[in-house]
Design a protein around this ligand. Structure first.
Ligand code: UD1
Length: 420
């Protein structure tokens, strides 16, 4: 267990390099077991705790995994004796459930530990399972595990009640080897899904419509390993944009896909942030004279991402006026709020809304990260707090931010990691 210590009030300057997207790397790694021949070559894979768990899972299934130590992962899954994601791994990372679709498609069976509730809500997987049933699988649940089996998956017309990212990915992967055509309606359209679909097509799949709410998958007989570039992490990029705004210097962030950050940039600019794109795939933050209160609501892509709501909230503690933030994606995603209030923020929660009054001078405190993005919000608050902030349970932050301490320190932050 480690903590992150931040001495607030430093100006941030310089350049930060954005890692490959965690939420793209995880499903793409899971999809690599669909290949019965060849090798998959994935890069840049961020070196994060969640990625380690996925690599452990692939190896526990019998896949051969190698890394070159500088961000490329090679996967060969010719023999795949394993078909189970055990409790120990799903408990460490909920996204382990993404192995279910690939295993079901490749082996005709899959067994995973049911993910329990997590810090940001109950997060069921009913939509994933209903999709597998629609594809012809039998799904049974007992002793905390769920098992799906099918001699041959068959294409189907599937309507998702909600555009779940994970369900879209899992069903899309399962359908690649089904007999016939699958149409997925009300699908999620996140850039990470587009990245996954490109990988599947490079493997020989026939997926179209990705990036829209209607994805069509024509089943093929087998898939082969392929190379795939992982997109830059848009959530990490936006977190550093917010850090730079709070740091009041000139900071460039790259590589970024600006088109995937439209909603975020619109909201940050509405709040008075001075962010320009002087070069392709690069964003530059210039000092901001005064931040203004804004209202924002989290939504599935292309709306404002729930994974940036905590960081936006941290920023708005420094804005003039009252901001109303509405969380529509997860039911319990304000656990960072009491910790921000302990640092002097004025935030009131009512149901799924948070009312932030600013600007509030923040003072340092020892605060606990309850989940990945909540932890990032506390680090951001620490950058502007008066004195030394200690963010405990930093392992949550390490699940999603590669080398956050080193990257912020290179920008001029006084920050270090210490054992608890
Ligand atoms: C993914 C991201 C996560 C992000 C989230 C929403 C990964 C590894 N994680 O998570 O960082 O916060 O998208 O953008 O990519 N739901 C159901 N039944 C289901 C599935 C989901 O009710 O079967 C609900 C969830 O409880 C939640 C909402 O749908 O309220 C969105 O969840 P979903 O889009 O599935 O998120 P994840 O794929 O888990």
């Amino acid at each position: 267990m480690t903590s992150i210590l931040i001495q607030g009030g430093q100006q941030l300057q310089g350049h930060v390099t954005i890692s490959g997207a965690k939420n793209a790397a995880l499903p793409i790694l899971a999809a690599s077991v669909l290949a019965a021949v060849g090798e998959s070559r994935l890069t840049p894979v961020p070196w994060l705790n969640d990625v380690m768990v996925m690599l452990d899972l692939l190896q526990s299934l019998g896949a051969q995994v190698e890394t070159d130590g500088v961000g490329t992962v090679f996967v060969r899954a010719h023999d795949l004796p394993g078909w189970e994601a055990p409790y120990e791994l799903v408990n460490r990372m909920r996204a382990s459930v993404l192995i279910m679709g690939p295993l079901l498609a490749r082996l005709g069976r899959a067994r995973i530990s049911l993910p329990g509730g997590c810090a940001i809500g109950s997060r069921p997987i009913d939509l994933h399972l209903r999709g597998f049933v629609a594809l012809g699988a039998e799904v049974k649940s007992n002793h905390g595990y769920v098992e799906a089996s099918a001699k041959q998956l068959r294409g189907a017309h599937i309507y998702l009640d909600y555009p779940s990212v994970g369900a879209t990915e899992n069903i899309m992967m399962a359908a690649t080897l089904a007999q016939g055509t699958t149409v997925l309606e009300n699908a999620a359209a996140e850039p990470e899904i587009v990245n996954l679909a490109h990988f599947l097509n490079n493997m020989g799949a026939r997926v179209s419509g990705f990036g829209t709410d209607r994805i069509e998958i024509q089943g093929v007989e087998h898939l082969a390993g392929a190379a795939q570039t992982i997109i830059p992490d848009r959530i990490e990029a936006a977190t550093y944009l917010i850090a730079a705004v709070l740091g009041q210097g000139r900071v460039t962030v790259s590589p970024v896909d600006c088109s995937s950050l439209q909603a975020v940039l619109a909201k940050l600019r509405q709040a008075g942030c001075n962010i320009v794109s002087e070069q392709e795939n690069t964003l530059t933050v210039l000092p901001t004279s005064a931040l203004k209160a804004i209202d924002a609501q989290t939504m599935p892509y292309p709306g404002f991402p729930t994974d940036l709501q905590p960081q936006l909230l941290a920023l708005l503690t420094q804005a003039n006026g009252a901001s109303l933030i509405t969380e529509t994606v997860f039911e319990n995603r304000f656990q960072h709020v009491p910790e921000l209030c302990r640092m002097g923020a004025q935030i009131r929660i009512s149901g799924h809304q948070a009312l932030v009054r600013g600007p509030s001078p923040l003072t340092s405190a020892t605060v606990a990260a309850s989940d990945l993005r909540a932890g990032a919000a506390l680090v951001l608050a620490g950058l502007v707090a008066n004195g030394q902030t200690t963010v405990t349970n930093a392992f949550h932050i390490d699940r999603g931010y590669e080398q956050i301490v080193e990257k912020l320190r290179a920008l001029g932050a006084i920050i270090e990691r210490i054992p608890d």
